[in-house]
Design a binder for this molecule. Sequence first.
Ligand SMILES: CC(C)(COP(=O)(O)OP(=O)(O)OC[C@H]1O[C@@H](n2cnc3c(N)ncnc32)[C@H](O)[C@@H]1OP(=O)(O)O)[C@@H](O)C(=O)NCCC(=O)NCCS
Length: 270
Amino acid sequence: MPPEEFRVVEVSEENIGDLCLLCVPPERLDDPVFMMGVELKKTWVKDVLNRWGAVARIAYLGETPVGFIQYVPVTDEKIVHITCIFVPRKEHWRKGIGRRLLTSLVEDMRRPKEWFGGEPPLALVTKPFPGEKPEQYPARNFFKDMGFKQVESNPSLLYFPLKHGFTYIPPEQRESNYIPQEDDKGKVVILYNPSFCPFSYFFLKKSVQEIEKAMPGISVRWINGWEEPVEIERRGISDGIVVNAKLIRSFLLAGREVFLKEVLDALREA
Ligand SMILES: CC(C)(COP(=O)(O)OP(=O)(O)OC[C@H]1O[C@@H](n2cnc3c(N)ncnc32)[C@H](O)[C@@H]1OP(=O)(O)O)[C@@H](O)C(=O)NCCC(=O)NCCS
């Protein structure tokens, strides 16, 4: 496909819906749980747009959105963090869409930005999504093909220097520290917030379903961060799964058995 057949457009108030629906698998369009994830993503996108004036670029083939790249500036590090790149449908792969999305972002980010006191960012940084479907090309391979380098101290991070000779060294990992609460004991507490990815809420819901299957009748409390900010604040973390006042570290997708064992162990602890 010659590149002129698709165009890359910045996301604004008018096409937020395109951005948020593009990653919904067709079979999930009627799934209220997944669509709740889409609503959470819309809230996140509006918030980033209001704050920074930019959030993502979409590739259109005619009027059809076919791929996107989304990002946020991190002002204290003077970098731009790419939160996701995605060309969902097989018929659009390997036609240069991902490359065009990335190069258009790189070109833009070589220009001075108000976010960084009128200077361009030092680098683009990303933590590529590791859960691509079997036939999809992994985002990590794509970024490496496009010249991204691996961060030495944290191999899950990749970066693309925009300033000659720049090496990205991430700030020390700040462990999210859950502050145990008396009223979280003996139950499951789910903390959630607007998110850049609609899959986040979906996987939280799946995790709760697995917990309920293993422990029928267990009490579950959902805490929505922007409706109950005080509840989130006193727990010290913005999202996650807490069981019997303990934060669950394992992720359902990485292994159901390991996840459920951690949940059961947390419940057994006095
Ligand atoms: C990675 C991705 C964005 C690439 O999109 P794309 O439009 O197909 O990529 P392009 O056609 O621009 O390819 C750019 C380069 O990437 C590499 N590449 C892309 N697909 C490839 C494949 N299937 N095999 C080998 N290399 C591949 C090549 O180096 C290619 O350059 P070339 O065609 O000149 O050799 C797309 O495959 C994707 O969305 N994958 C899933 C990513 C993901 O999990 N995102 C999070 C979702 S929640």
